[in-house]
Design a protein around this ligand. Structure first.
Ligand code: HAM
Length: 449
């Protein structure tokens, strides 16, 4: 066999599998994200992973890092330039107009969960394929909607069991007031620009706001004392920003004013925000971010339409959960069946089937050497209700139902077993409660029940 053929294959750099050990937690936080979004009227939108390259070049901005350096772009067999989506906001706006949602009652609230692709240097918290949970409220300019999206993202992070997360807030104005601010920034950086990095030198002309979030040590010192966008806001932008701040205060949502928060995508106007985790390092500490993008629809060639949204980086949220020792609480199987007589196994299979049909998760202890050993095994597995089919029960077409919490048991007719289990445990739980249970480090690790 040729040598190259015998090499083992691995996932591409910056892309990884999610194995069953992780998918339980992923599924749980995904369910929670979707439930929170739906509760607030954000309905699911699914857009293609591939879009015309121009959508991102125009929407996200062709001088941004994301478009300039990080897109997976190729020509299809028809000669069209397509790109794997690096984000989903431009796609959501395109879908909103493509699908005629601009004619529906406004705003249209959308949510999504899925993979995004950016060709960046992989490291902890930065991947080439990563997942985002995002929402977009399109068609409303009111500051209350900004607050609604902030509240939703913050609640989700809380539901994920994370602590020590700070909300960073800024306003970068709009096309009315931003030109004056850009000039003020150029005036500030001009004396130092020759000693700053190549990216900053280039951005000095194209987008001087980005000079504020360069993390290179050669550039950071010059950011001190730079003019702040909030000091340059026109009256409507200042009023909007004030309204967002007051409403966050009134709702007891703490935030930090961050005059350097300019975001890396070109479409933002007015409100910008990010959630930072103390447990993640450097440039990877943003768990998510968003803001208002009132100018995006027009840039894409549609009618001017105000909008606001956010995207949370799911991989980073999971990483922060791991660093904080947040684990999915064990969810033991609550009902266990012990066939403890010759020929009771078939009866156990049937009984378990009926209970499962009624919504219970049911385990069966097969192969126990004695009833006592079976009970021990069920107890270790977290049983709250144990059903015993022994010789006496087989003989009389009954089942012994033991309430493990109360330590009591009753022998009931075979036909009354379901009622008895319901009596002991209450009805089967709906597993879609939006508030999951987490354990902190040191608690029992997740088991399969
Ligand atoms: P973004 O700040 O580019 O915004 O990405 C949002 C989040 O996605 C980041 O805060 C981070 O958690 C995660 N993320 C970004 N790049 C990577 C990566 N290479 N590896 C792992 N995680 C990553 C947006 O994408 C906007 N579309 C958000 C938005 C929605 N604004 C308005 N609506």
């Amino acid at each position: 066999m040729p040598k190259s053929r015998s090499r083992t294959l691995h996932a591409a750099p910056g892309m990884h599998d999610l194995l069953p050990a992780e998918t339980a937690l992923w599924e749980r936080i995904e369910r929670s994200a979707r439930a929170l979004a739906e509760q607030r009227g954000y309905r699911l939108v699914v857009t293609p992973l591939l879009e015309p390259t121009e959508l991102f070049a125009r929407g996200v901005g062709d001088t941004t890092d994301v478009v300039e350096k990080e897109m997976y772009t190729f020509e299809d067999k028809g000669g069209r330039s397509l790109s794997l989506r690096p984000e989903a906001t431009a796609s959501a706006v395109r879908a909103y107009f493509d699908g005629g949602l601009h004619q529906a009652p406004q705003p249209v609230r959308l949510h999504y969960w899925g993979p995004m692709f950016r060709y960046d240097r992989p490291q902890a918290g930065r991947y080439r394929q990563f997942f985002q949970f995002g929402v977009e409220a399109i068609g409303e300019a009111a500051p209350e909607v900004d607050v609604e999206t902030i509240e939703l993202s913050r609640t989700w992070l809380e539901r994920c069991g994370l602590t020590g997360v700070s909300l960073q807030l800024n306003s970068i104005g709009d096309e009315v007031c931003r030109p004056r601010y850009r000039e003020a920034l150029r005036d500030h950086f001009r004396p130092h620009i020759e000693t700053m990095c190549a990216d900053c030198r280039r951005r000095f002309d194209t987008n001087p706001l980005r000079l504020l979030d360069c993390r290179k040590s050669s550039c950071e010192p010059y950011q001190q004392g730079a003019p702040r966008s909030i000091d340059f806001l026109c009256e409507p932008c200042a009023g909007h920003h004030q309204a967002v701040r007051e409403e966050l205060d009134a709702l007891d949502i703490p935030f930090q004013d961050n005059p350097r928060l300019v975001r890396g995508l070109d479409y933002y106007t007015r409100t910008t925000f990010e959630f930072w985790a103390a447990d993640l390092e450097g440039a990877q500490n943003a768990l998510g971010g968003g803001g208002r993008y009132d100018g995006l629809a027009e840039v894409l060639g549609y009618n001017a339409t105000p909008a606001v949204g956010f995207a949370m980086g799911v991989d980073r949220v999971v990483l922060a959960m791991q660093r904080q020792g947040v684990k999915l609480a064990p969810r033991p199987t609550r009902v266990w069946l012990i066939p403890a007589a010759e020929g009771a196994a078939v009866e156990a299979h049937k009984l378990a089937g009926e209970l499962r049909q009624a919504g219970w998760e049911v385990g069966v202890v097969f192969g126990a050497v004695s009833l006592k050993a079976g009970m021990r095994q069920a107890q270790k597995s977290g049983a709250q209700c144990v059903l015993i089919v022994g010789p006496a029960e087989l003989e009389s077409a009954t089942v012994t139902v033991r309430d493990m919490t109360a330590g009591s048991q009753r022998q009931v007719a075979r036909a009354a077993v379901l009622d008895e289990v319901d009596r002991v445990l209450g009805f089967p739980e709906e597993d879609d409660a939006p508030n999951p249970t987490w354990t902190k480090a040191g608690a029992i690790a997740e088991t399969d029940g």
